[in-house]
Design a protein around this ligand. Structure first.
Ligand code: HEC
Ligand code: HEC
Length: 325
């Protein structure tokens, strides 16, 4: 139960944390949620050209640094690559890439960046000691520590995120990307849990509640929460607490009892809290201030299809579908 609470706290915290960061003058440009809506990963076919070909969440952003970058900034760039890896299901390999010995990690030196990568990927340029910064400098408005997204950076339809220094890089790697990886793992597992209940697979659904890689995935950014709990609006804590009770207490009890109807009812009530905070429903304020990207979010529909479910299985009543489409 302690863990659930912590997990809750985390989700809630993010807006608060970003305010705290703002006070320390880390600017996010051109809008305060530009770091949330940047496309870092997307859904794509991996293992292309082999019988293993599968739709997966893979890295879309490539982290770029210069070879002369400071060790501090370089270490944070490596942490970003690691967090993007945590979030992804697969590096996005293909037979061709493996045969031609290509770099699979989402981190590259400016001098090794290929034209194909510039045309096919978003770039996260970290630090100023690299050739891309020189090209972009005139278009950047940020001062001091900042993260700035430039739409159509070097080519149309491919964006560049510029991360100015160690402090901005630390925030992006350890707070923003860490949260994303946990939130999405938790979300996909939460959806899968419902689909398992529909199949009467209560043992697997129950396991998903305790598996560190599943529903509790969103407990990972716990670290973010420590020390900031007092800044969270009490109404938001209340919704969070309610969600934790539904997911970890009531749902667990229904699954243990093998009560399918009750399990679905409780799961659906928990989904009502997601819609509450994200889109403002049932008298709950909208705490999430942006629309998620379809590129990664829609993967939960791929999971649903694998179980033979459709969108209406979960989207009805107060959780009728509204979003990116
Ligand atoms: C108490 C409020 C609250 C509840 C309940 C809640 N969330 Fe959230 N969620 C948020 C906030 C706030 C954010 C945005 C954090 C930020 O600013 O990055 C968020 C972000 C997310 C994200 C990341 C979106 C993105 O693209 O960055 C996912 C995934 C997510 N929530 C899943 C869920 C799921 C699934 C549930 C229900 C089981 C849920 N959340 C319940 C408040 C909540
Ligand atoms: C197994 C249950 C389940 C199924 C099936 C399902 N969804 Fe969802 N969906 C969810 C949950 C839970 C959320 C809330 C999490 C969030 O808002 O991030 C959600 C949120 C959404 C959102 C809101 C995004 C936003 O702006 O917050 C959209 C759009 C969406 N789903 C589309 C679809 C589509 C399209 C399908 C069918 C291909 C589908 N869903 C099938 C569970 C499901």
């Amino acid at each position: 139960m302690k863990c659930l609470l912590r997990m809750m706290v985390v989700l809630l915290l993010l807006p608060v944390l970003s305010n705290a960061v703002a006070r320390q003058q880390l600017q996010i440009l051109p809008t305060p949620t530009a770091d949330r809506t940047f496309q870092f990963v997307h859904t794509s076919t991996s293992f292309l050209g082999t019988p293993l070909a599968v739709e997966a969440v893979v890295p879309y952003a490539l982290v770029v640094i210069g070879a002369d970058e400071s060790p501090e900034v370089s270490a944070q760039a490596a942490t970003m690559a690691y967090m993007i890896g945590q979030w992804s299901q697969e590096p996005g390999t293909s037979l061709e890439m493996i045969k031609t010995n290509q770099n699979l990690g989402p981190l590259v030196f400016d001098k090794n960046l290929t034209q194909a990568e510039i045309e096919n990927r978003n770039l996260v340029v970290v630090g100023k000691r690299n050739t891309l910064y020189q090209k972009l400098e005139g278009r950047l408005k940020g001062k001091g520590s900042f993260i700035e997204v430039i739409k159509d950076g070097l080519v149309p339809a491919r964006d560049i995120m510029f991360v100015s220094d160690e402090k901005a890089a630390f925030y992006l790697a350890n707070k923003r990307l860490y949260f994303k990886s946990g939130a999405y793992k938790g979300f996909f597992s939460f959806a899968k849990t419902r689909l398992l209940i529909e199949k009467d697979n209560f043992a697997a659904a129950l396991y998903a509640l305790d598996d560190p890689e599943a529903v509790r995935g969103c407990g990972k950014p716990v670290i973010l929460a420590i020390g900031h709990k007092e800044n969270i609006p009490p109404e938001m804590m209340k919704v969070a607490g309610e969600r934790n009770k539904l997911v970890f207490k009531d749902l667990r009890a229904a699954l243990k009892a093998g009560d399918r109807t009750k399990a679905i009812e409780v799961w659906q009530a928990a989904m009502g809290t997601c819609y509450g905070c994200h889109q403002s429903r049932q008298g709950i304020k909208q705490y999430r201030k942006f629309k998620p990207n379809k590129g990664e979010h829609a993967y939960h529909g791929v999971i649903a299809q694998q179980f033979g479910a459709n969108c209406d299985t979960c989207h009805y009543g107060s959780t009728a579908m509204v979003g990116y489409d």
